[in-house]
Design a protein around this ligand. Structure first.
Ligand code: SF4
Ligand code: SF4
Length: 238
């Protein structure tokens, strides 16, 4: 058997959160953690979690599995089991729990909106499209693939301590996605809004964000690029 502990909290019913223990058949070792949750949900329909595409694309089922934030749908049970066949599943850390494994991501998306995650360009658009060279397009690789699952921001100690003020790795990676875009002219605007000591500079280069990203992206590197852009702008402004 595999021993599974799942975080449970039902406001209005439970006074305190706790862990529920389940024993599930060994065959589930070859399935994804999301399949295991579906199995548990059949046994206990009151268990709540988010899911949608089941393909690692929608970013809905980010959760903390054996201590690391991951997407349940692309994490195999066998890959994360510890020696004693233990699996511990908790909600994403640092975000308020709504119920069981479902967290409130309002602040996360507010911070995403703050970096203006859209193309800024007031110039008259060309008749066909704003074209890029292959090299300009290649600069967006490793950035545009972000699915906004929140795994990185929720695993970032700097964000845990200053969630209101530090934008967090996901929002900053998205900011750099537009700063790096040859068609975008909003770099000054974005950089000016991050000049304070927290929004960008609260990153301490711990690297948890890059460690957990289920899409293999590197938010820490993107943050480094923004810092360099900031330095370039400061030098030009002198
Ligand atoms: S950078 Fe990675 S971990 Fe962070 S939100 Fe995007 S896909 Fe998720
Ligand atoms: S590198 Fe920066 S953003 Fe990433 S986890 Fe560390 S402090 Fe957070």
């Amino acid at each position: 058997m595999i021993h599974v502990s799942v975080y449970r909290y039902h406001p209005g019913r439970d006074l305190h959160p706790g862990m529920d223990r389940f024993d599930v058949p060994e065959e589930l070792r070859n399935r994804m953690v999301l399949d295991l949750l579906e199995y548990l949900h059949e046994k206990d329909p009151s268990l709540v979690y988010r899911r949608s595409c089941r393909e690692g694309v929608c970013g809905s089922d980010g959760m903390n599995i054996n201590g690391k934030n991951r997407l349940a749908c692309i994490t195999s049970v066998g890959e994360v089991l510890t020696g004693k066949r233990e699996l511990t599943i908790k909600p994403l850390p640092g975000m308020p729990v709504i119920r069981d494994l479902v967290v409130d991501q309002s602040l996360f998306f507010e911070q995403y909106a703050k970096v203006r995650p859209w193309l800024i360009n007031q110039e008259e658009p060309p008749p066909q499209e704003r074209s890029q060279t292959p090299e300009q397009r290649a600069r967006l690789d490793g950035l545009y693939e972000c699915i906004l699952c929140g795994c990185c921001t929720s695993q970032c100690p700097s964000w845990w301590w200053n969630p209101e003020d530090y934008l967090g790795p996901a929002a900053l990676l998205q900011a750099y996605r537009f700063i790096a875009d040859s068609r975008d002219t909003g770099t000054d605007l974005r950089l000016s809004s991050m000049k304070d000591p927290f929004s960008l500079f609260r990153c301490r280069s711990i690297g948890n964000c890059t460690w957990v990203c289920p899409k293999g992206l590197n938010p820490m590197r993107a943050i480094g690029h923004i810092r360099r852009e900031m330095l370039k702008k400061a030098t030009q402004d002198v």
